[in-house]
Design a protein around this ligand. Sequence first.
Ligand SMILES: NC(=O)c1ccc[n+]([C@@H]2O[C@H](COP(=O)([O-])OP(=O)(O)OC[C@H]3O[C@@H](n4cnc5c(N)ncnc54)[C@H](OP(=O)(O)O)[C@@H]3O)[C@@H](O)[C@H]2O)c1
Length: 303
Amino acid sequence: MFTKKSTAEQVTNDVDLTGKTIVMTGVNSGLGYEAMRVLASRGAHVIGLARTLGKATEASNGVVGTITPLACELSDLNSVRHCADQICAMDIPIDIVICNAGIMALPELTLKDGLELQFLTNHMGHFLLVYLLQEKLKKSVEGRIVMLSSMGHQMTVKGGINFDNLDGSQSYQGWKFYGQSKLANLLTAKAFDDRLKDLGVRANAVHPGVINTNLTRSLDGVLGVFFKLPFTGLLMDRVFGKTIPQGASTQCYVATNPSLKDVGGKYFSDNKEGKTSYYGSNKELADKLWDYSVEYLKRYIEK
Ligand SMILES: NC(=O)c1ccc[n+]([C@@H]2O[C@H](COP(=O)([O-])OP(=O)(O)OC[C@H]3O[C@@H](n4cnc5c(N)ncnc54)[C@H](OP(=O)(O)O)[C@@H]3O)[C@@H](O)[C@H]2O)c1
């Protein structure tokens, strides 16, 4: 029904989100900003998260609808915990959580809290946020979790997730570690779906397409040069990739389309179910990642 070129506005055209509350990360840029704009225009109350309150507030000022801006620095787990506490203190159920924020292909290994920064930001920060919002999601009539993954999950390291090298100390390649973090997003959707589906909460993962956004800011080499050229935006929008309104569509579709209310554990691309990799459909790996993450995050979960 919808295609690769459908926009976020088109896929939500018949959807009334009045009374729904949506938590979304990374709302100040790219796909997250467009998704926030469209979901709010359909009547949702969007709790819009960005690294700082200033960024979240500035983004929400440009949007018509009900937005509550909050700070959530995903690579600072105390910030994630504080943000989740603020949301839990609100006397409302949470209907949808969209884990949209991300960083890509950092050329140099960056370590924080003993983890490589893409894994910490893209996976651990989001895992903690969703974990802490589980009870709120269970109170929704129809809870949904949407994890922004990427077809880049296929470029992951040997073994899918290398639990012995999550600090990159044995070897580091920016794209492979991005792939590993995006595989973790995909497996996290499966793991939450397995654990919450009987409680009325479904979780899916999304590849949004290839879109010219600020995500390319860290790229170096030929790709880095390409994305800085003045005509690249036009080329990406018209020829190779999608525009931002088109790129934001699959996450909006998966988050809101009524036909998907009983669908979970899947991977979507171009507004339809897509194929994942061997590792992307590996339940054992998803369970191992769950156990590792819960153990790593213990002190933030039990606080
Ligand atoms: N664009 C594509 O072609 C593409 C393809 C596949 C998957 N994706 C996925 O789509 C999602 C959205 O990406 P985008 O293309 O819209 O990129 P973007 O324009 O760069 O937006 C990324 C967002 O994530 C936020 N973010 C980054 N690090 C953060 C942190 N530590 N804590 C909190 N927020 C943080 C950014 O905030 P700041 O602005 O403050 O840094 C920004 O709001 C990402 O998960 C990405 O992996 C995108």
